[in-house]
Design a protein. Sequence first.
Length: 190
Amino acid sequence: MVVNDDKGRLNERGVLTSIASKLAPTGYVSFLERQPMIGISFTQKTLLARKRIALVAHDHCKVFLLDWAERQKDRLARHDLVATGTTGLLLQQRLDLPVQSMISGPLGGDQQLGAQIAEQRVDMLVFFWDPFEPQPHDPDIKALLRVAAVWNIPVACNECSADYLLSSPLMDQAHTHRIPDYATYLQGRA
């Protein structure tokens, strides 16, 4: 069954339903049954030209983040910066730019940033994480990345992806994007 919107275009549910109908004969569990966000509608959020960027780096990656930030200082200066504790202090010293510092990541700073993302007070996350070194606060890190995905904010995990995001024409202009409308979703569950 294909579901079209009022203009005759295939909408997201229609696309997923179409895919699910193709997968059903293969014996896979229904694609739609595994998609918890299907029942969530979306709303629009307009980001201002001046974004609020969260900066995080694991210990072995701090030097890479600092070098990257120094190269991108002029672009970063056009935005509001927030960071976990040590990273924030190092960025302030290196860049001579204001950076709002949370507490250290392992002490709850990652969770503080996650809360700001959930409150829609962070527009972009630059997180240089160490893929080779397990962290004692890995659950906090996973939660931070998860909440960034939940609220549909862009995430950069290394210099290359951070360069792409920061050099986007959308960085320095107002931009409207979709975010989940969880209020409507929760009302429907009550």
